[in-house]
Design a protein. Structure first.
Length: 277
């Protein structure tokens, strides 16, 4: 069946998506929205975009279909050790200094937030990087909170199973230390080992939540290649909330295609895409 998305219907969904998760869609994204939402019309058996909009906003009181809608709209591009300079900075500067300082003050807690975890490559990379400096079960309390708005992609992250070519550029000594080879339907995969999974908590979380519920600050936050989908006001509001989630000298990592306005926040510039409270 051929579905037609009118400009009026696109505007209805554009507003709904913006209000729900902050993603700002221009008219140039109309065909993308049509293609991705057509999957939900086919799945639900609804035969028009207007009826589907009514179903999402009025009929489905559980909110589950809105989650499916957002799952289909959101983009989930990620890789292991993506934007390598960030992990070089962690290895060479931030983690050695932070661990030394914490040990001197007898504070062996490390809290990290990966605020757009996608299918898990980023939080698992963060865990591997931490284990370059802290060995498992040596008295440190390390927790990585990995959040995303997509329930579908979070399930993949929780499973932690990846095609072998996704790790082909990682040195074999690192791969063998942190992943096990498994076979699924006669295809070989890498699966994250328990010592990585044990320090990561995956949760669905909407960055548009008005007040973040976290009781304690994070030592540093990764939120990379997310704010490019938000308009300037949404970006400003989100950056302020990140600032409030960090302690003095805490760091925020954003995507290399993103930047923070000098006059629009209280962060100090460290190097490209890295800022400090």
């Amino acid at each position: 069946m051929q579905f037609i998305l009118s400009d009026k219907e696109f505007e209805m969904f554009r507003s709904l998506i913006y209000d729900s998760c902050g993603i700002s869609l221009t008219l140039s994204k109309k065909e993308l929205v049509k293609a991705r939402l057509t999957k939900r019309l086919t799945k639900t058996g609804i035969d028009s975009f207007t009826d589907y909009y009514k179903y999402v906003t009025n009929v489905d009181k559980s909110g589950k279909e809105l989650i499916h809608l957002i799952d289909n709209i959101s983009t989930n591009k990620t890789d292991f050790f993506r934007e390598k300079k960030h992990f070089d900075f962690l290895n060479e500067n931030l983690l050695p200094d932070m661990i030394s300082s914490k040990e001197k003050s007898n504070n062996r807690k490390l809290r990290i937030w990966c605020a757009a975890s996608s299918s898990g490559e980023e939080p698992y990379t963060l865990a591997m990087t931490v284990f370059n400096h802290i060995k498992p079960n040596n008295g440190w309390d390390v927790k990585i909170l990995a959040t995303d708005i997509s329930t579908r992609i979070l399930q993949k992250a929780i499973e932690g199973t990846y095609k072998m070519d996704l790790l082909k550029d990682i040195p074999s000594r690192i791969t063998s230390s942190h992943f096990s080879k498994v076979s699924v339907d006669k295809t070989n995969y890498y699966r994250a080992k328990d010592h990585l999974k044990d320090i990561i908590t995956f949760r669905r979380f909407n960055l548009m939540t008005e007040k973040f519920p976290f009781k304690h600050p994070f030592d540093f936050i990764f939120c990379r290649n997310v704010m490019i989908y938000f308009d300037p006001q949404t970006q400003h509001t989100l950056v302020k909330k990140f600032y409030d989630c960090l302690p003095k000298n805490g760091h925020l990592f954003i995507g290399h295609s993103e930047t923070l306005s000098k006059n629009d926040n209280d962060f100090k510039y460290v190097q490209p895409a890295i800022y400090q409270r």
